[in-house]
Design a protein around this ligand. Structure first.
Ligand SMILES: [Zn+2]
Length: 124
């Protein structure tokens, strides 16, 4: 056996996790780029429309921006997790250096913090 397994207990399929995260990252980037694209000039809200129409358009736009923001956050987490995979620190908490439980990684593969550090709102 040329390859050594750094983590004993965790039976995580890192290759599957990496390809899944890359796939999600690609989707998020595609969606984020789409949402952030500036609206067609003057096309969406015409002055001739009733006020109600314009208002719902504006609200829809705000909601989309909110979605784009949270996609950014997810993108960041996925990028960090992929970086950790590359560094060989995947599954290790960025804050305290403890192992992140495999169960947590199975639910949220992009986790770069253990449950207690993620819960205590540690900056970074
Ligand atoms: Zn931690």
């Amino acid at each position: 056996m040329a390859q050594s397994e750094p983590r004993g207990g965790a039976d995580l399929d890192l290759e599957a996790i990496e390809s899944e995260m890359r796939e999600r990252l690609g989707e998020i980037r595609a969606r984020g780029a789409d949402l952030k694209r500036p609206p067609e000039r003057g096309a969406a809200i015409g002055f001739g429309k009733r006020i109600g129409d314009g208002t719902s358009e504006a609200i829809g736009r705000l909601t989309e921006v909110g979605v784009a923001d949270s996609l950014d956050a997810i993108e960041e987490r996925l990028e960090r997790a992929l970086a950790k995979l590359a560094e060989g620190t995947y599954g290790v908490c960025d804050s305290c250096g403890e192992e992140i439980p495999a169960g947590r990684l199975k639910i949220a593969p992009e986790s770069s913090h253990c449950v207690s550090c993620a819960g205590s709102a540690t900056p970074g």
